[in-house]
Design a protein around this ligand. Structure first.
Ligand code: DGL
Length: 275
């Protein structure tokens, strides 16, 4: 069991921000990734529809064999985490709770900002997790759907996107937040630009980074982690599936993960829809 890969799912490239951290912290682990680029964005869809897509991807990865599932998508986490947890017999991790906990730890002035997709922001899940144990926090949430498109269009290095990002995030300067949760896994791919907009004094919380701490903890707890000796006997592998085109996926993934010759495979939506 412990030699099986960890499965990661997202609407597209966003979950790669979680994988990047996982490669750093858990280099012995195998990875199988599913990016649903053909149906991106999820953030503007009804959460029931997103839930159905998350189930399809989950079933696809369960068929391949995984020891743990990471819903590396905030919208998907808001839509489906509880149900998927109840419906499968492996550990399932979402990205919202770890990010919220980290923000509470970081803030000094108790003013926290959240940016995410429309689906995530409307679900109110971040607020309810943040405010569950304290009423001390002032929380400002904002949906930034255009940021997802910037990433899916691979515009991260295009300086023309800086001005619209600055304009969109001005509210966090006005409200003097000191901690901003990147509540969409696509946003860490824009983190330098977001940091430049809100100022260096604001701590950005990358939910991917926090999620990998939780993955590490749960792998140990369930005695599922691979050590160096295991990795020698079963060298770690990485396979990336996309419902979109292989070439742009490969370009973004190889750049973001600083890897060469990644194994990227196309999956037909029909094959996924059948589940
Ligand atoms: N990366 C996803 C998230 O964390 C979804 C982006 C989208 O497809 O709208 O919410």
């Amino acid at each position: 069991m412990k030699n099986l890969p960890i499965g990661y799912i997202d609407s597209g490239y966003g979950g790669l921000s979680v994988v990047r951290q996982s490669l750093r912290q858990l280099p012995n682990e195998s990875i199988i990734y599913f990016g649903d680029n053909a149906r991106n964005p999820y953030g503007t869809r009804h959460l029931e529809e997103v839930k159905a897509f998350i189930w399809q991807m989950t079933d696809f990865l369960l068929d391949k064999g995984i020891k743990m599932l990471v819903i590396a998508c905030n919208t998907g986490t808001a839509a489906a985490l509880d149900e998927i947890r109840q419906g499968v017999d492996i550990p399932v991790i979402g990205v919202i709770h770890p990010g919220s906990r980290a923000a509470i730890k970081e803030t000094k002035n108790h003013r926290i900002g959240i940016i995410g997709t429309e689906g995530t922001i409307q679900s109110g899940l971040y607020e309810s997790v943040l405010l569950k144990d304290t009423n001390q926090l002032q929380v400002t949430s904002l949906a930034c759907p255009s940021f997802v498109q910037m990433v899916e269009d691979n515009l991260m290095d295009d300086d023309a996107i800086q001005a619209p990002i600055d304009q969109k995030l001005q509210i966090f300067k006005d409200r003097q937040v000191d901690t901003l949760i990147l509540g969409c896994t696509h946003y860490p791919l824009l983190s330098e630009r977001i940091q430049a907009s809100v100022g260096q004094g604001v701590k950005l919380v990358d939910s991917g980074v926090e999620t990998v701490n939780e993955i590490t903890f749960l792998l140990d707890y369930f005695q599922l982690s691979k050590n160096a000796q295991d990795a020698q006997e079963h060298p770690p592998t990485q396979v990336y599936y996309t419902t979109g085109h292989v070439a742009p996926f490969k370009e973004v993934a190889q750049k973001w993960l600083a890897s060469k010759n990644l194994d990227v495979r196309h999956v037909d939506l029909e094959e996924v829809n059948d589940r």
